[in-house]
Ligand binder design. Structure first.
Ligand SMILES: Nc1ncnc2c1ncn2[C@@H]1O[C@H](COP(=O)(O)OP(=O)(O)O)[C@@H](O)[C@H]1O
Ligand SMILES: [Mg+2]
Length: 483
């Protein structure tokens, strides 16, 4: 189509090694100045690979085919080098995993300022001033001096977002930019995307949050099994979906989930089970001048599910780490049931990639852990199957499966250990709502069967409300909004 900022024709991605698996199957669409294109769809359906193929950044084990036009430049997807010449100035990508976009040796502010300097040619002082303003808009004023490893997952994602947008590229591709963010920050990201549209740019947005296309308008497409099932104006697709999968996906928003109400089962049983798994009193955590939480008391029984909720970056993960004994609090104490081995307390990490050794085949990593716990080499298999994942995924490296697949492999790995307490930190952040609901149902029923407990960290008030017996809310201690 003429005049489009981005035009994609018959774009396919397949594995180079045989059997050649098609991961993206002849996708076509175009995107004009001022327009948004939102891609919803099943986890593992090929959304991230489609984005990577457009920008020419696929791993060398995969091959793309098709035609990509950015502005007036027409390129063959086979020749990835061509798109690279446009990176930063004309075409910018925020990858799904923010850490992939950040330099671990650089503080947040210079990472954003660098884009202003290198892409836009601003002097250092001006570049830093602009970067400061951007970070402040995203609630990160107090964190601009931090290195990436000191940022929470949601903060790192916002820094990466700011660095991606700073170059002013008219064609912006963002892969799950709002995952794990509270609603206020999500709306802030959406408003920054609208600024890009208002300035004559276009945005290709991958998300599981339907409120994003509701607000951005434009075109919505739904992807499953490597193909686009449905595509059309956002109002039509969101309000009168033609495909049964789209209807199921829209109906699975956490706000519409039923409440799992089994409070009666959690405090019955033998007297021993009435002893708390852990008791924490007067927990306080300070970092320098900043108090994350103060005087928090928590008692957790077997069979109970509690959630820690609060804005992004408020200290939810930190509180979970303190309860699990992974961090010593500034004040207060935690007592865990003495008869339990430390391995009975397990953490499911927020960032699935960080929980796997990058160079180790997933199957080897799982086997090593099973052996460490004196379990059968493949003790995780029943859970893998229940989570709908194929065993063949395990032959790859962690970066060669989708984020949602890796998140569920990490869950199967922990369920196999049958811990007494699972601390699950945003455990479904990389999943579509249908897979989210199935995954949480499996997590909860497995924990219940084993008489264990769940400590769920989530930014999503609906997940907390629907899935847990009690909620601990933190965040009131912050001295500035949205930090
Ligand atoms: N390097 C790779 N080699 C083989 N298969 C891959 C590779 N990377 C991803 N895949 C597979 O391609 C499918 C689509 O992945 P992806 O695009 O990341 O999914 P999503 O729609 O969740 O973003 C998944 O089934 C994933 O396992
Ligand atoms: Mg993805």
């Amino acid at each position: 189509m003429s005049g489009a900022l981005l035009d994609v024709r018959d774009l396919s991605v397949r594995t180079l090694a045989s059997p050649h698996t098609t991961l993206v199957d002849e996708v076509s669409f175009s995107l004009h100045a001022g327009e948004a294109f939102t891609l919803l769809g099943e986890s593992g359906s090929g959304k991230s690979l489609l984005a990577q193929a457009i920008v020419g950044n696929l791993p060398n084990t995969l091959q793309a085919r098709g035609v990509i036009r950015v502005g007036k430049r027409e390129m063959r997807a086979e020749h990835a080098g061509e798109q690279r010449a446009l990176w930063g100035r004309e075409l910018a990508l925020l990858p799904q995993e923010p850490w992939a976009a950040l330099d671990p040796t650089m503080r947040a502010l210079p990472q954003v300022a660098e884009t202003y300097q290198l892409v836009c040619g601003y002097e250092t002082k001006e570049a830093r001033a602009r970067a400061n303003t951007d970070l402040a808009r995203l609630g990160l004023a107090a964190h601009a001096h931090k290195f990436p490893h000191l940022l929470s997952g949601g903060m790192a994602q916002r820094v990466a977002f700011a660095a991606t947008v700073a170059g002013g590229a008219p064609m912006l591709i963002v892969d799950e930019p709002t995952k794990g963010l509270d609603h206020a920050l999500r709306d802030q990201i959406v408003s920054l995307l609208k600024d890009v549209l208002a300035a004559g740019g276009a945005a290709f947005v991958i998300t599981h949050d339907v409120s994003v296309p509701r607000s951005l308008g434009g075109t919505v497409a739904v992807m499953r099994d490597a193909q686009i099932l449905e595509i059309g104006p956002s109002d039509t697709v969101l309000q009168q979906p033609a495909h049964s999968y789209t209807r199921a996906l829209l109906a699975a928003e956490p706000a519409r989930w039923p409440i799992i109400d089994d409070a009666s089962m959690c405090r019955d049983g033998d007297p021993e089970s009435r002893e708390p798994l852990l008791t924490a009193s007067a927990l306080t955590q300070r970092f320098g001048e900043h108090t994350l939480f103060q005087n928090v008391d928590v008692t957790l029984q077997r069979g109970e599910r509690i959630s820690i909720t609060g804005p992004s970056g408020s200290g939810k993960t930190t509180l979970g780490n303190v309860l699990l004994g992974l961090r010593t609090p500034s004040a207060g104490s935690v007592t865990r049931a003495r008869e339990l081995h430390p391995q009975a307390f397990q953490k499911l990490y927020q960032d699935p990639l960080a929980a796997f050794a990058p160079q180790l085949q997933i199957r080897v990593a799982l086997r090593d852990l099973m052996q460490l716990h004196r379990l059968q080499d493949d003790a995780y298999l029943p859970w893998l199957e229940k989570l709908g994942l194929s065993d063949a995924l395990l032959d790859r490296l962690p970066a060669q499966v989708s984020g949602g697949e890796l998140q569920r492999i990490a869950l199967a790995r922990i369920l196999a250990l049958k811990p007494a307490l699972i601390f699950a930190d945003e455990p479904t952040s990389r999943l579509d709502p249908i897979s989210q609901q199935q995954t949480m149902a499996l997590l909860i029923s497995s924990i219940a069967e084993q008489g264990g407990a769940l400590l769920l960290v989530t930014h999503d008030p609906f997940l907390a409300q629907k899935l847990t017996h009690r909620q601990i809310e933190i965040g009131d201690m912050r001295d500035e909004p949205n930090v």
